[in-house]
Every structure is written in structure tokens, then in C-alpha cells.
Design a protein around this ligand. Structure first.
Ligand code: CAO
Length: 431
């Protein structure tokens, strides 16, 4: 039997997507959930998996095509022995196009000349997104349920294949909001209407983009559900900065330079190994703490379209130069809107370094379900009394916001002091 693989609903209000790399060829044998094609929307790049196992009979799109949701991507001759999960999956996808036929349906494809600047990112199959925070994999009925319950589907953790969100996931998330007394995001949050600012002068309105919408929701949720405290300290980075500057002279390209943030990522990963609570999440529903044995560090990146937080995975196992190169690549991808949801998921702790821009101190907001975030402000030369003598030293202000339900004040002071001492005396890291 032949089936069309159609473009499923990708996210709310997304009506079409641009076809990127096509990852299969006619005649290929594909397995259930194998990546078929990359697609790009104005929000992010995603990979569409096959809802069936079978042989590709025809590919109906080309790179650069704009395909409406529900449009056919390819025709597949499916195996009769599709498993239970495949059937379930196929049914979910079929909901997008109820009149799905056994032969190709006509596709309203808008042909576009390939434009390099907006070309979708080539994601090697080894890096195929598994998590999805911006473009969420969920069937229309699941989305409908989330809308009805007033749940922001982007915040729901999917437990299905490729983190697909099921009705149970949505119900569980909604239940947890009720049990923890968290404010429901999305439509159930009661916002007061604004006054008519036009009465006092000229105004201009601009609709939220998706990043702003998600940021607004997650910040509100974090602020309203996490009793957070910010603890301040400062590190004397005179010696570390002298080393960094000297090392920069040897760098073959700007990308090889050690950056402040890359060093911080490494120091944080090692600190998280020693202070396991800071690498944990608090589960109020089941009244337990989830300790993680991996050390993934998120970095707040300022982009023209809003704040994005790519994640350096397993930072404890990487050297600082590798972290720096990876971080530069992730920050570039984030700024060019080429970052994938998988590259932004799984973080245990976040660093927000505003030092390149200025400021003396700030209080970052914990990025739930993480329990702490480090704010870094601009290092400045300050007079410091060393062995009874005033010396000009380079001092970097650090602020640690933490979830006070899990972390006590003394623990935060010890954690941040350890970080300061590691920056002041890197030998400490070897001990
Ligand atoms: N103190 C003093 N100087 C600092 C510094 C600090 N804390 N952090 C960076 N700098 C310096 C760098 O050394 C660099 O100078 P040189 O070229 O002489 O080396 C310059 O400032 C620019 O650095 P950068 O910001 O590009 O540094 P980075 O690579 O370490 O940081 C990144 C990368 C992604 C963290 C940064 O580009 C960025 O986006 N920061 C903003 C994060 C943000 O928006 N946070 C707020 C989130 S909450 O709304």
C-alpha cells in the first residue's frame, strides 16, 4: 500500500514551511521515525520524521519549495508489518490531513529560487534534533487539548519518540501546574488591558515574535513559581586575564581566542560536579529532587530577535578551546536563526555574561526547571589591599540567582566562592 508522507502541523500559527535538505532518495528503504526532510519556518529549523516504515516511491518536493501544512512531501510504499507504535504514529500524523489518500495528493507548492541567506541549515543525521522547545512535535488533537487547558505547549516535555508530546504529557503538565499552584501560561494568565496610550501621543505596536512570546511565558512562570534569591561575589581575574591576553597573541584566528565565557563554562561544569544540588531540578509534583549525572551548561545569547540559550553539552569533558569554538558556533547559529531546538535543550545551569556590554551587577532570573543561574558583569580595575598594599586588580562581579526551595543561602555562598577561587587560582581545579 502506498501512503503520502505529509508535512505535519509544526507549531501554532505556522501554515507552511520551506523545504531544506531532502535526506532520502527514491528507492531508499526508510524506517519508522527516520528523518525524511529538513524544513525551515520563520521560527526555527526542524526535521520531519517518517510516520511509516517502507520504501520511498516518489519525492514530491524540492529544496526551496514552500509547502503548506498538510502538503505531501513524498510517497512511500509501506510495509504490511508496521508495528503498533508505527500505526499509532501514522494515525497521529494522519490527523493533519484527514482525507489522506493512498496515492499522491495534489500539492500546492510555491516554487522559490534557492536563496543562500535563508537556506535551511544542513543538519547531519547524527545531529538530528531530538528535543523541541520552539517547534514542538505534537498532533493537532494534542495541540487542541493544550489550547483548551490553557497550557503553552512549548513548555510541555514530550515523552514519545523524538520527544513527541502526547495527550498524557499535556494532562500531566496541566496537573503539575495546578498542584504546584503555578500560574497557567498562555490564555489562562489574566492580563489587565492597557490604557489607551494613543490619548497622550503617537504610538506604534509590534506583535510578539515567537521567541518573545516564549520568553515572556517562561520568565513569568519562573518569576511567579520560584522563590529566588540573588547572591553576589566578585573574582579577582587579574592573572587569568593576563594569561588570556597573552594567549590571544598566539591565536591563529579570532575564533581560537580564549573567551571569558568559555572559561566560565568550564569552571561552572566542574563546580556543578562538586555541588550537585546546583545541577539538579526540583520536582514539586512528586516531592523529590532530580540529580543529573551530566553537565550541560546553557549560555544566554543576545540575538537581534531576542534572547536564546544554546547549551554546551558535557562541558566537563571538553577542554576550554573546544568549548569556546562550540560556543562561538552556537552563538552564531542563534544569531542567524539557524539554531535547532536540540541545541537549546537539556541545560542544567545557565550563564548570562553581560560583561562585554557593561553594567556593575544584575539579578538574573532562574531558568526553570534549572535551579540556578550565574550573572556576569563587566570586570573593572579596582584598588585592592594585597599584603597591606593597595594594588590595581581586575575585579569581575558575579551574581548567582538560585531557587531557595532547594538551595540554602550558605550553599550558594560556598558555590560562588568556589567559582571565584577557581578563577583566581586555576590550580584549584586540579586538586
Ligand atoms: N568583563 C569584562 N570584559 C568582558 C566580560 C566581562 N565579564 N565578558 C566579555 N568581555 C569582553 C571580552 O573579553 C571581549 O573583549 P576582547 O575582544 O578584548 O577579548 C569583549 O568583552 C566582547 O566579548 P563577548 O561578549 O563577545 O564575550 P564572550 O565571547 O565571552 O561572550 C556571549 C559570548 C554569547 C555570552 C555574548 O556575546 C553575549 O551574547 N552576551 C549577552 C548575554 C545576554 O544577553 N544576557 C542577558 C540574558 S537575560 O536577559
Amino acid at each position: 500500500m502506498q501512503k503520502n508522507i505529509i508535512l505535519p502541523e509544526i507549531a501554532d500559527n505556522v501554515t507552511s514551511a520551506l523545504i531544506g535538505s531532502i535526506l532520502v532518495s527514491v528507492g531508499d528503504q526508510v524506517s519508522f521515525d527516520q528523518s525524511i526532510v529538513e524544513v525551515e519556518t520563520d521560527k526555527a529549523t526542524s526535521v520531519i520524521p517518517s510516520p511509516y516504515a517502507g520504501r520511498v516511491v516518489e519525492i514530491l518536493v524540492e529544496r526551496g519549495d514552500e509547502l503548506p501544512i498538510g502538503g505531501a512531501i513524498a510517497v512511500i510504499a509501506i510495509e504490511t508489518s508496521v508495528g503498533e507504535i508505527e500505526e499509532e504514529q501514522a494515525q497521529e500524523v494522519a490527523e493533519v490531513e484527514p482525507q489522506i489518500e493512498d496515492k499522491p495528493i495534489d500539492v500546492d507548492v510555491v516554487k522559490r529560487a534557492p536563496v543562500e541567506a535563508s537556506a535551511p541549515v544542513a543538519v547531519p543525521s547524527s545531529e538530528v534534533p531530538k528535543g523541541n522547545k520552539v517547534l514542538v512535535p505534537a498532533s493537532p488533537s494534542v495541540r487542541r487539548l493544550a489550547r483548551e487547558l490553557g497550557v503553552a505547549i512549548e513548555l510541555v516535555e514530550g515523552t514519545g519518540p523524538r520527544q513527541r508530546i502526547s495527550t498524557d504529557d499535556v494532562k500531566k503538565y496541566a496537573k503539575s501546574l495546578i498542584q504546584t499552584g503555578a500560574p497557567q501560561s498562555g490564555p489562562m494568565v489574566q492580563h489587565q488591558p492597557l490604557p489607551d496610550f494613543g490619548a497622550w501621543g503617537e504610538v506604534r505596536t509590534e506583535a510578539f515574535n515567537r521567541i518573545r512570546e516564549i520568553t515572556a511565558q517562561s520568565m513569568t512562570q519562573s518569576w511567579q513559581t520560584i522563590p529566588q534569591v540573588t547572591h553576589f561575589d566578585q573574582a579577582d581575574i587579574t592573572d587569568f586575564e593576563a594569561f588570556r591576553k597573552k594567549d590571544a597573541l598566539k591565536a591563529k584566528s579570532p575564533a581560537d581566542k580564549l573567551t571569558v565565557t568559555a572559561v566560565l563554562v568550564k569552571v561552572i561544569a566542574l563546580a556543578l560536579q562538586r555541588f550537585e544540588k546546583f545541577n539538579a531540578s526540583i520536582d514539586m509534583v512528586n516531592k523529590q529532587v532530580v540529580y543529573k549525572s551530566y553537565y550541560h551548561v546553557g549560555i544566554a545569547v543576545d540575538t537581534p530577535h531576542g534572547l536564546l540559550v544554546p547549551v554546551v553539552k558535557d562541558a566537563d569533558q571538553k577542554n576550554i578551546r573546544t568549548i569556546g569554538a562550540e560556543m562561538n558556533e552556537l552563538a552564531l547559529k542563534a544569531r542567524e536563526k539557524k539554531i535547532t531546538p536540540a541545541e537549546m535543550s537539556g541545560g542544567n545551569f545557565t550563564i548570562s555574561n553581560l560583561g562585554g556590554l557593561g553594567g556593575t551587577n544584575f539579578t538574573p532570573i532562574v531558568y526553570a526547571p534549572q535551579v540556578a543561574i550565574l550573572g556576569v558583569s563587566r570586570a573593572r580595575i579596582k584598588p585592592v589591599l594585597v599584603d597591606g598594599e593597595w594594588q590595581p586588580r581586575l575585579i569581575m562581579p558575579l551574581s548567582l540567582s538560585y531557587d531557595h526551595r532547594l538551595i540554602d543561602g550558605a550553599e550558594s555562598a560556598r558555590f560562588l566562592r568556589w567559582i571565584c577561587e577557581a578563577l583566581e587560582n586555576p590550580l584549584k581545579l586540579l586538586l
